[in-house]
Design a protein around this ligand. Structure first.
Ligand SMILES: [Zn+2]
Length: 179
């Protein structure tokens, strides 16, 4: 759906880009009808800063929105550091997935990361349920990943080659709905 703007890896970088070069967020075409004319349509807000103490928090984080002049639907663009449809960012998700790939149990991972076990299980199952689609696209683009022998091997190699957010931004650009 081309929803993610790649290479914007921190919230500070996002706020700076939005203020100084907002044009990089504007989609070339509407994700609903492919029409090529979109107008800026304000921002919506996300509480994406999960790391800073309240006094230094960047929240709320503005997310730019666009209105299609063809079909009159809106769309938005997220910086790579914010995960679509998820409360937690990619960095936390990558930490969890890497631990599970290394053989850590759901309970152990939950304890160490201080995250609900159900949340961790949902991320893990989601990655497994989409694995064939994700792996197909990633193998096509990154042939070195083709040598992986199974699910765990593939994602271990993938996360050594690139971050989870980079992999997801690349899939998004190919039209794959992530995560
Ligand atoms: Zn449209």
């Amino acid at each position: 759906m081309y929803r993610i703007v790649a290479s914007i890896n921190t919230l500070l970088q996002h706020l700076d880009s939005l203020a100084n070069s907002p044009v990089i967020y504007r989609p070339n075409a509407c994700p609903h009808c492919s029409y090529g004319k979109l107008w800026c349509h304000g921002c919506y807000e996300r509480k994406a800063d999960r790391h800073s103490p309240t006094s230094d928090s960047f929240n709320p984080i503005p997310i730019p929105r666009y209105l299609c002049l063809g079909c009159h639907q809106t769309c938005s663009r997220l910086p790579e550091c914010i995960a679509p449809r998820r409360w937690y960012d990619w960095v936390i998700q990558q930490t969890v997935i890497s631990m599970l790939l290394s053989g850590c149990s759901l309970c152990g991972c939950s304890r160490q990361c201080k995250l609900d076990r159900r949340t961790i299980r949902r991320w893990w199952h989601k990655l497994q349920s989409r694995r064939h689609e994700f792996e197909l696209f990633l193998r096509t683009r990154f042939p070195e990943l083709g040598r992986s022998v199974d699910f765990a091997d593939f994602w271990r190699n993938c996360l050594q080659t690139m971050s989870l957010s980079q992999a997801m931004a690349w899939l998004d650009r190919e039209g794959v709905i992530v995560p």
